[in-house]
Every structure is written in C-alpha cells, then in structure tokens.
Design a protein around this ligand. Structure first.
Ligand code: PGA
Length: 250
C-alpha cells in the first residue's frame, strides 16, 4: 500500500517562537496513526524541530531545498549532508518557486536529487505547469519532461525514495485549486509515466501528493481520488487547526 502523506511547506514564514508554538500545537493534537505527517520548516529551525518530532513515529521533517554541490566555497548554500546531520528525513526539490525565482533547471534538480539520495534523504519532487501551458495543452508533455530530466536516471531502488508532488503553478497560493478531475487526471498520467519508465509495481508504490491551495474544505474530495495520496500544503500549513483538519480529511 502507498504511503498517505500530508506535508506542510512553511516557505519563508514564521519566527522561531511562532514555529515552535505551531509545532507543539499540532503534535499535541495529532491522532492519526496511519498517515505520515511532514513538516518543512526553514533551515534554521530544522534541527530543533527534528528533535521535537523525534518521539513521533509518523512525523517526519523536510528541508525546503538543498545545494546541488556537495561542499566547499559556496557562501550561503546548505548541503544535503548538513541537512542529514540535522536529522531531517526529506528534502523538497524542484518547488516552482525555486524553479521560477532562482532559475533552477531540470538539470540542476537532477543533481540535487542525487545529493539527497547520496545522503540517505528521501525526496519530495515537485512538478507542475503554468496556466499558459495548460491553455496551450502542453501540460502533459511538460510534466513528463520534468520527471524524465530530473528523476528517470534513477533505478527502481533509488526511485523508491521519491515522493512526487504535483503542484500546478496557477493553483499555488492563488486560492484557485485544480478541480478533482484535473488533479486526478494528472496524477494518473504521472503514475503512467512511472509505469513506462519502470513497471506497475514501482508506480503503484509511489506516493503522489497534490499541492496548490489545498485547504480543509477541498482536501477531503481531492484525497478521495484514486491516485492522490495526500497533499503538499503551503498557506494552510501555517495554521494548526487547518493543518490538523487536512490531516484528518482522508
Ligand atoms: P499553497 O502552496 O498551499 O499555499 O497553495 C502549496 C505549495 O507551494 O507547496
């Protein structure tokens, strides 16, 4: 059975005090035993939050990015090795904000994926199309290219450490969510690309999360779709009640 996952991507939000309050507000009230919950705080709080979550089997911690370099003279960068030494479990790689504002190419992301896996970290790999690409009906080929350029060099064993997050750019932080049909259709397509590259067994084991204005009022319907295995949540992960409601909406 595929892992059901709800991950909160805090992006560049919350002071240290606010972050710690949010974590204790959520961990003290989590009931679900069968879902995996992931917090992706800014780097600065990673070590502390990993420590706070270490008593909870089902709670994992993710970094929001890593350097494609292993180590060395790269002022301001953070390596996968550092992230691993702070006891994180995952790295989010290829978020559309990183692709767009920091010019991260599919080839850069491929290197980042390799750095994460070398350090025994799992990857939440984000893919997604712009509104124009959807209007021009190139969204399927675009997603296939994102996957094949950055992930399809991996063998099946390494691929088992990859979670995919489909995040249509036009739905991120906009309040516009993909319809359940649009989301399910793309998730099924992503799974078919994995089947083509590997086989059905690998594809059936890969968790594919939806991201983009997911909130307590739409998560239920989205997560009920056959190929949607949970969510990567931005805005709504900053509020304990909303995030808990999303976790409980499976
Ligand atoms: P959003 O962000 O939930 O605020 O739309 C999702 C994401 O960017 O991961």
């Amino acid at each position: 059975m595929r892992k059901k996952i709800v991950a909160g991507n805090w992006k560049m939000n919350l002071s240290r005090e606010e972050a710690l309050l949010l974590i204790s507000g959520i961990t003290s009230r989590i009931e679900s035993k069968e879902k995996q919950v992931i917090f992706a705080p800014p780097f600065l709080y990673l070590y502390k939050i990993a420590k706070m979550c270490s008593n909870f089997n089902r709670i994992k911690v993710a970094a929001q990015n890593c350097s494609k370099e292993k180590e060395g003279a790269f002022t301001g960068e953070v390596s996968a090795k550092m992230i691993d030494s702070c006891n994180a479990d995952y790295i989010i790689i290829g978020h559309s904000e990183r692709r767009e504002y920091f010019n991260e190419s599919n080839m850069d992301l491929k290197e980042k994926v390799d750095r994460a896996l070398e350090n025994k970290l799992d990857v939440i790999f984000c893919c997604g199309e712009s509104l124009n690409q959807r209007k021009n009906e190139v969204h399927f080929s675009w997603i296939r290219k994102q996957l094949s350029d950055s992930l399809f060099h991996l063998n099946a064993i390494d691929f088992s450490n990859i979670v995919i997050a489909y995040e249509p750019i036009w739905a991120i932080g906009t309040g516009v969510t993909a319809s359940t049909n649009q989301a399910q259709e793309m998730h099924a397509f992503i799974r078919s690309c994995i089947t083509e590259k590997h086989d059905t067994e690998v594809a059936e084991k890969t968790s594919i999360l939806y991201g983009g204005s997911c909130n307590p009022s739409n998560s239920n319907e989205l997560f009920a779709q056959e190929d949607i295995d949970g969510g990567l949540i931005g805005g709504a992960s900053l509020n304990a009640n909303d995030f808990l409601a999303i976790i409980n909406s499976f």
